[in-house]
Ligand binder design. Structure first.
Ligand SMILES: C[S@@+](CC[C@H](N)C(=O)[O-])C[C@H]1O[C@@H](n2cnc3c(N)ncnc32)[C@H](O)[C@@H]1O
Length: 308
């Protein structure tokens, strides 16, 4: 009897994608195929284009075994980024794993707005002092630092596990000198006056947290996601600390928010700053949701900042 023909990689990927879709690990077949390609690439040490190019070949038995083990983890709803060990954010590769939130694409809105706030700050030609509160993997501080060479960063987190990931990313991405990592509550560990404060704090109300997909609720740290009864508990404590930590002169505070939180968060930030020379901007993300509240105080008018 002749042995049955070995399956081609294309068929292996298709079957894995169908399983991922059935297990609700992906929203559609395209996303499921992408995940299957990435998992196979991880097992084989190939990037996605090479996985696709090898579609007509039968996979090597040991690679197939490694792939099936990774697929089983994913079918058990472990986050894809934890299995792969990284997530791309703002064009950079961040190492992630248990203990830190996987950076989300919508947080790139905070990075974009932060870069503009630094560029337009009157100290921009000297050193702008920036905080990233609740830094997690370090995604925000590090992405901004890579594009703002005149800024110095103080990145805090209550979680020492998260700070270990941030430390690794700070090293790999070459900004160790300019990103100081500090363990502690919100702004408390920072001893320098700040020109710009960035924060992506937990903002999901507790009852919504319980209804989140299994892979977020059971794998990512609750401390990174659950914002208490109305989702705003960490924002209130943050606002109470603001006045003691900001510099005299121009300052900006930028916070990522969830649905329906913009007005509450604007009020909290303004009350916390206690200044009467402030202007608010709400930035929308790529899905057109209100995603970042920015309050600038004492900045020169835009035409003056532009030299007009
Ligand atoms: C939504 S995650 C953001 C992580 C990262 N900045 C990002 O955008 O991907 C919130 C982070 O805040 C941290 N955190 C929660 N409460 C905190 C507190 N009171 N002080 C400092 N960090 C806190 C969590 O550990 C978590 O890393």
């Amino acid at each position: 009897m002749t042995a049955p023909p070995e399956p081609r990689l294309r068929a292996v990927i298709q079957s894995a994608a169908e399983k991922l879709l059935t297990a609700r690990c992906a929203d559609d077949l395209d996303e499921a195929r992408l995940e299957a390609d990435l998992l196979y690439g991880e097992a084989a040490g190939l990037d996605r284009s090479h996985v696709i190019a090898a579609g007509g070949d039968p996979p090597a038995p040991d690679t197939l075994e490694r792939f099936q083990a990774l697929l089983a983890r994913r079918l058990g709803h472990e986050p894809l980024a934890y299995i792969l060990g990284f997530r791309e954010f703002y064009g950079l590769r961040f190492a992630v794993g248990p203990g830190c939130l996987v950076p989300r694409p919508e947080t790139e809105t905070l990075v974009e707005a932060a870069l503009a706030a630094i560029r337009e700050h009157p100290r921009a030609r000297r050193i702008v002092r920036v905080a990233d509160v609740g830094t997690g993997s370090g995604a925000v501080a590090i992405a901004v630092a890579r594009h703002a060479p005149s800024a110095k960063f103080f990145a805090t987190d209550l979680s020492t596990e998260a700070l270990a990931w941030a430390g690794k990313n700070r090293r790999t991405l070459g900004v160790t000198e300019r990103v100081v990592l500090l363990a502690g509550n919100l702004l408390e560990p920072i001893g320098e006056p700040l020109d710009i404060v960035l924060a992506n704090l937990p903002y999901v109300p507790t009852d919504e947290f319980e209804a989140l997909p299994e892979e977020i609720r059971d794998s990512e740290p609750r401390l990174a996601v659950d914002g208490g009864d109305d989702g705003l508990a960490p924002f209130r404590s943050f606002a109470d600390q603001l006045a003691a930590h900001i510099a005299d002169g121009p300052v900006a505070v930028l916070m990522e928010i969830g649905a329906g939180q913009a007005l509450f968060v604007e009020d909290l930030i303004r009350a916390g700053l206690g200044r009467d020379d402030c202007v608010t901007t709400i930035h929308r993300d790529l899905r057109d949701s209100r995603r970042v509240v920015e309050v600038r105080c004492g900045y020169p008018p835009a035409e003056l900042a532009a030299g007009g």
